[in-house]
Write a protein that binds this ligand. Structure first.
Ligand SMILES: Cc1ncc(COP(=O)(O)O)c(C=O)c1O
Length: 374
């Protein structure tokens, strides 16, 4: 199977271990095991006892009941049997495309997005039609345009909410409208919701497509909003027909996820309120700091993100984004993601949810560089 190189991952592989200030990070500052147990109110020694007694079989093939119940509790209408546990959201997305998309199918993908949502259906021989969010519209999805595209037929509409890389957020009314549009085309809606739970406003949690549309497929993960990327654990919440189709593929490439990962994810999700409260504090405080920095930088502007952990920064220099990023890395050790890695030349993507200190230091190092970037 031929597939396009994954722009962002290639960039990360090249630079992530070589930078001093990682402003390309998309996870809310990751937790140590000790911090996780602290937030969950679990004694370290009791946890160690549990780990020591754990017999390392394949574990529950579909994911433990405890974990799938904790995942189902993130939704209004999802039950244990509607949940498929996967190897990260990256594994979950892959399974959905593999199971549902066939050569010649039409997939409408809202871009910019996480590259899986265009490159995998393309590699499977689908006709991928992109619908672009526009900076001039505040990265708002044009629902009339989606309606027009869906009228031409669609097997699936794919989007990320909150969006990576723009930080745009679709609210419940938008999602209901998307569901109505998809319904007329009899299309699945795959909504990648790995950043759900840490919005900038209100409770921080926008409704899930899984609760709004009978053909809605939600993908979630421990990595971003729950700060536990090291577990490599994600999931699909979907109707029975999708669970069945996906499970056939999963048996060929997953068997089960790690038992230790399953246990730690269950503990985390059972105490999700404490983790999400910590993480909303980080993303809201850090975005206020970023906002102030952008306001003071004459060459930088942005549409303030409404959710997630990332934003696109426009810059006023006549330089390719990759050259700008490499110069900044070499001069100051600060890592952004070049827009070119996201097919968004002319922008830098910032991940603003790393530790407040890393963000503050990274931005402080960036300012003098921007005064003379050439
Ligand atoms: C929108 C989106 N989906 C999925 C993933 C993959 O996440 P995971 O670590 O759960 O595999 C990412 C990671 O950057 C992402 O931004």
């Amino acid at each position: 199977m031929r597939i396009r190189e994954f722009g962002v991952e290639t960039w990360m592989n090249r630079w992530e271990t070589r930078c001093r200030y990682n402003l390309a990070e998309t996870c809310v500052e990751s937790l140590t095991v000790d911090q996780l147990l602290g937030l969950a109110g679990v004694e370290g020694s009791a946890f160690l006892e549990e780990l020591r007694g754990l017999k390392l079989t394949y574990g529950a093939i579909e994911g433990s009941d405890r974990l799938r119940d904790a995942i189902a509790a993130l939704y209004e209408s999802v039950r244990r049997e509607d949940v498929v546990v996967a190897h990260g959201a990256i594994g979950a997305n892959h399974l959905v495309y593999e199971a549902l998309v066939e050569p010649g199918d039409r997939v409408i993908s809202v871009v910019p997005t996480y590259q899986q949502h265009t490159s995998i259906p393309e590699s499977l021989g689908a006709e991928v039609v992109t619908l672009a969010l526009r900076d001039a519209d505040g990265w708002r999805l044009d629902l009339d345009e989606l309606r027009r595209l869906a009228a031409g037929g669609a097997k699936m509409i794919a989007l990320a909410n909150p969006n990576n890389p723009t930080g745009a957020l679709l609210d419940e009314a938008d999602l209901r409208e998307i569901a109505a549009i998809a319904d007329t085309a009899d299309a699945w809606v795959l909504c990648d919701e790995v950043y759900r739970g840490i919005d900038q406003e209100g409770t921080g949690t926008t409704p899930s497509i899984a609760d709004l549309y009978p053909r809605g497929i939600a993908v979630g993960s421990m990595s971003k909003a729950f700060s536990l990327a090291g577990l490599r654990l994600g999931w699909i919440a979907a109707p029975a027909e999708v669970v069945r189709a996906v499970t056939i593929h999963r048996d060929y490439n997953t068997i089960s996820v790690g038992m230790v990962d399953d246990l730690l994810a269950a503990i985390a999700l059972e105490h999700r309120d404490a983790i999400l409260a910590r993480n909303r504090g980080i993303v809201r405080g850090n975005l206020a700091a970023l906002d102030a920095w952008v306001a003071a930088e004459p060459s930088i502007s942005f549409v303030r993100p409404r959710g997630g952990t990332v934003a696109l920064l426009r810059y006023a220099f006549d330089l390719p984004s990759e050259s700008l990023c490499i110069r900044l890395l070499e001069a100051r050790g600060v890592m952004f993601t070049p827009g070119s890695a996201l097919d968004m030349e002319g922008y830098l993507r910032i991940g603003y949810a790393n530790s407040p200190q890393v963000l503050a230091d990274g931005l402080a190092q960036t300012s003098p560089f921007l005064a003379a970037p050439g």
